[in-house]
Design a protein around this ligand. Structure first.
Ligand code: ATP
Length: 237
């Protein structure tokens, strides 16, 4: 903490044709933190991650590691250490676990992918056991592990995670979020998008609440978890 944020987003606007999906977002992600973005269906969470990653054209500023990434193509962002784990996994279901992971390294054109693979297998022993299995036949939790593992193959400094708990049973959600915590311990900075507000606040340093494309609340995660407004609308109480 203290230093400049790893990611700084200012006045970010994103539109789909005439529809404005993000109406001027300001947020920052300090290095070494987990920052979560909470919001209902359609609030713009996925749009925010795709905008930061450069998958969508935006107006406003995205500054990563002290430099604007305006006009920087996706592959170059990955090479600089930004990595996105998309919603609903987007794995190659008819390819093996091993080959899905290898593709994660390809994006970064890493020559030393076998050692990256070994590191992912050490973190996710289940993936090692199932490396010859087709990704489409994994359980939901295993698929999410594979999606995260694939992103780790690019050795990210900033990991953008889109609803990793989507569709998973509560116990598996806990596993996945504790994996996210261990990634932070290893020095990866994380921007986490979640509908599961309580679980994500529990592992986050700070958080932003997104409603119809705008930030309506933000602050330290512990403060937000105790905020009555948030309790009423997002924390089921
Ligand atoms: P969810 O959790 O349901 O994915 P979200 O918070 O991630 O929700 P977005 O997917 O970012 O929300 O969608 C934000 C808004 O933009 C929604 O109103 C959505 O209908 C709209 N939108 C998203 N993608 C497109 C698209 N490709 N074309 C037009 N409108 C879109």
């Amino acid at each position: 903490t203290g230093g400049p944020p790893l990611l700084q987003v200012s006045a970010l606007h994103t539109r789909y044709g005439r529809v404005e999906a993000l109406g001027g977002i300001d947020l920052h992600v300090p290095e070494g933190h987990i920052v979560s973005v909470i919001g209902a269906n359609g609030a713009g969470k996925t749009t925010l991650l795709n905008s930061v990653m450069g998958v969508l054209p935006v107006s406003g500023q995205v500054v990563y590691a002290g430099q604007s990434v305006a006009g920087v193509p996706l592959e170059a962002r990955v090479q600089r250490g930004m990595s996105l784990v998309p919603e609903r996994r987007e794995l190659f279901g008819s390819m093996t676990v091993h080959d899905n992971l290898r593709l994660g390294a390809y994006v970064r054109r890493r020559q030393d992918w076998p050692s990256d693979l070994e590191r992912v297998f050490t973190r996710f022993p289940r993936l090692r056991e199932r490396q010859r299995q087709l990704a489409g036949t994994l359980s939901g939790g295993e698929q999410q592990m594979l999606a995260i593992g694939r992103a780790l193959m690019a050795r990210p400094r900033l990991l953008l995670l889109d609803e990793p708990s989507l569709g998973l049973a509560p116990l598996i959600v806990r596993d996945i979020l504790s994996i996210v915590q261990t990634l932070r311990q290893d020095g990866v900075t994380i921007l986490l998008v979640e509908q599961n507000a309580r679980a994500s606040l529990a592992i986050s340093d700070s958080a932003y609440v997104l409603e119809t494309g705008c930030v309506t609340l933000s602050g330290p995660a512990a403060e937000l978890a105790a905020n009555p407004e948030l309790t009423a609308s997002y924390l089921g109480g």
